[in-house]
Design a protein around this ligand. Sequence first.
Ligand SMILES: *Cc1c(COP(=O)(O)O)cnc(C)c1O
Length: 463
Amino acid sequence: MLPSVDELLRHREVLPLVECEGRPVVTEAARRVLDRLRQQIADGLLDEDRLGLALANVAAAIERQLREDLTFSLVPVINATGVVLHTNLGRAPLPEAAIERLRQVATGYSNLEFDIASGERGKRDIHADRLFRRLFQSLAEPVSTVVVNNNAAAVLLLLNTLGEGGEVIVSRGELVEIGGSFRIPDVMSKSGATLREVGTTNRTRIADYERAINERTRLLLRVHRSNFEIVGFTEQPSLSDLVDLGRAHGIPVVEDLGSGALFDLHQIGISGETTVHDSLRSGAGVVTYSGDKLLGGPQAGILTGHPDLIARVRANPLFRALRVDKLTYGVLEATLLAYISQQYDNIPAVRMMRLSPLDIAARAEALAGSVRRQAPRIAVEVVAVSSVVGGGSAPGATLPSFALALTCEGISAGDFSRRLRQVEPPIVARVEEGRVLLDLRTVFPEQDQLILQALARISSASS
Ligand SMILES: *Cc1c(COP(=O)(O)O)cnc(C)c1O
């Protein structure tokens, strides 16, 4: 009773699929559906009646198979966790202008490595360097910048360029591990430099660094404690003290800032996070930071510093291996231009961090009202919560925010949050004390409606 693949492709309801998606994928889907039916017959699961029924619906089965075959794995989600830079959710959402730029630059040819004025070969690193120079023009000394794949690559490249074959001194309180198995000692060993630990976990003094300096010392490395704090009986020399020590011995001091804010976080009530400007002003020879953390742009690792040191980095063959493509330059340029024109709210991550709690509360109340009307089995309350910046920035700092706290009749908070992840687009929430929390700081306002629809659906399904 099974039709052939050819017969299926001529089926009245399958023909439009062939026209729309092309013959090869529909053929493949039809073959899979037939294979499945054949297997079910062999397993004795389909008698003649059941097979007849299955064949009556075969076009729908092929269409389902086709949809499954052609789905994306990387899909948008709604981030209701309140973590602005969530590494598992793709860190910084990109500025609209950056995507428009990307469309123009990346769908055709560009002057990525071409000097339009001379008609000669150019360098790809000048595109971002030009804008970083402007951003840092208030510094006493000019700086250069190069861009690589991510900050882990930037640190590896820097240690390899300036430290290979010698020793790099780091405080024991800064031998950090960032999520995704980036560990300073491991990166150090891959760079070919030898780690020279000084001080203790909680206290390191300038004298500890000084005693460790010898003829093999190439670098003093400072690493930002991105995702933890050491509190209590602690001591750490200031970056300027380290720079003075380095100068006295002719050894550069470099800082892995991790997040590397380009704007003053005091504006949004976060203190204790140094900006890239701060670090360079204190005399760091090179600073490394991510493009998709506080900067709010594409995944990238950025090295900014003294032109001579950056020139050495650029000359390292590893730089070629870690370089970024036109997509990254396009998005990075557009993001940096928003900083230069001080249109911070055009950068979604920065805008979210700057949202006022009162505005978030007003949105939460409005959404809660609609939920009460349209999702009667869901109990909702607006509660004060703390959003976190995330992405290895300001570990102890939180931003006051408001969330919907939800429970649904008949299902646990865990089940409820699972159902929220099964809607489209999936909604990622936090569960706390038996309730599902949706922090609206990280939800785009145009997504409030999607959340409402999802809750209404879950409410009616639970009845
Ligand atoms: C995040 C971070 C890194 C790694 O940066 P990626 O861009 O994720 O590769 C390295 N060092 C520090 C201190 C960080 O915070």
